[in-house]
Design a protein around this ligand. Sequence first.
Ligand SMILES: [Zn+2]
Length: 182
Amino acid sequence: MREGRALSPRSPTRGMTCINARDQSRASARKAGENAHRVSPQGISGMSKDLRAAAVQVAAHAYARYSNFHVGAALRSVSGKVYTGCNVENAAYPLALCAERGAISAAVAAEGAAFRLQAIAVVAFDANGVAQAVTPCGACRQVMVEFGADAEVGFDSADGWRTLPAADLLPHRFILREAAPN
Ligand SMILES: [Zn+2]
């Protein structure tokens, strides 16, 4: 998750917000508003627009005072319910929390150990509200496959919005064979 380049002069924690901005200029071309609230999902395929719209909404709540990078995630559980999360940074940079895991934590808190992930959308905006290419960081990918290896993961790539199965984002993932099935 550290392969992205600096997205802002004030982005000391860019690696903590699941940012992978391989093509910032291309993403900038998709500017859709002056802040996250105004950005509307367009050109979405393979994932319901409402899930991405929920991610856009919650990104506006991000606590991103250090990176100015606002990340939102919205997931749908197999039960059909939607949960959201945003990045939460901290003066002690390594303590920053990712939006994706925030959403998953909310889902587990609500549904318990039976929670299973069906789909999750991830979006990010810079300080000017410009949509950025973003993919989940390695830690979030590992957490996603824990709850749904086949879950659909949607994100803005350099080639636009795309979706992939969670397992495809993390080949050779860690599996604890001894764990009891859930
Ligand atoms: Zn992450």
